[in-house]
Write a protein that binds this ligand. Structure first.
Ligand SMILES: [Zn+2]
Length: 236
């Protein structure tokens, strides 16, 4: 690991502490005090996932605590210490920081239409684990996903898409074909869930970095689905 990376790691607790101190010193509590409790390192993968679950519950209840992003801005300029990575779709309605009610610096987000992990995405997640110390990777599908729907159309009807869009189809095709084999009532929902599950499994077993972190108990992977209508994330 490079010296800069090591220095970054050693600064993590300092950055977290600085954010708490800044909030405590604020004369006008623009950022609710409850949000500051979220700055503590979640400690382990299970607590990291619970933090996401709790944040989504706040979002669903329309009681978010991350509504003012100015506190901690100076500290964030010095480094980052996200606790979770989210692999989400590029869909404009699926914004991880919003739906998990987290602030800037909390989530390491990899986004691509169809929320799959290609080599560049995997490298990003490896950086998140090895250098930034993320404790969980959540692959997040969502309702009414156009990329999944287009892949279903391509698989079932042979529809050909222009430009580079076929590369998305190729990446999502295994999940669609696996879902079709089970003959589900709702193929779009089943393929979306299968796509998230397959990619979470890929992250969990990807050698050498992510699989080693998982075996060491430093990292857990999960898949979930985001319902655009209700705002709720359901973990598989
Ligand atoms: Zn989508």
């Amino acid at each position: 690991m490079c010296q800069q990376c090591i220095a970054s790691l050693s600064r993590r607790s300092l950055i977290r502490g600085g954010a708490v101190a800044l909030a405590a010193a604020a004369t006008i509590p623009l950022h609710p005090i409850a949000a500051r409790a979220e700055d503590a390192d979640p400690g382990n993968p299970d607590e990291a996932i619970q933090r996401l679950i709790d944040g989504n519950a706040r979002y669903v209840a329309n009681t978010p605590i991350n509504t003012d992003f100015s506190p901690g801005r100076a500290e964030r300029a010095r480094g980052q210490a996200p606790f979770a990575a989210i692999v989400s779709c590029a869909d404009s309605r699926v914004a991880p920081e919003v739906i998990f009610d987290q602030g800037p610096g909390d989530l390491f987000v990899v986004r691509v239409a169809g929320n799959f992990i290609n080599e560049d995405g995997l490298a990003s997640l490896e950086y998140g684990s090895l250098v930034l110390g993320i404790k969980t990777i959540v692959v997040l599908g969502h309702s009414a996903c156009g990329a999944i729907g287009a892949t279903i159309d391509a698989v079932k009807n042979g529809t050909e898409l222009p430009g580079h869009l076929p590369s998305l189809i190729d990446a999502i095709r295994p999940a669609v074909e696996a879902a079709m084999a089970a003959n589900p009532d709702d193929l779009l929902a089943a393929a979306t869930a299968e796509n998230a599950r397959l990619n979470a499994e890929y992250a969990a077993t990807a050698t050498p970095i992510l699989s080693e972190a998982r075996k060491a108990g430093k990292l857990k992977t999960a898949s979930g689905g985001y319902d655009i209508a209700t705002g709720k994330v359901t973990f598989a």
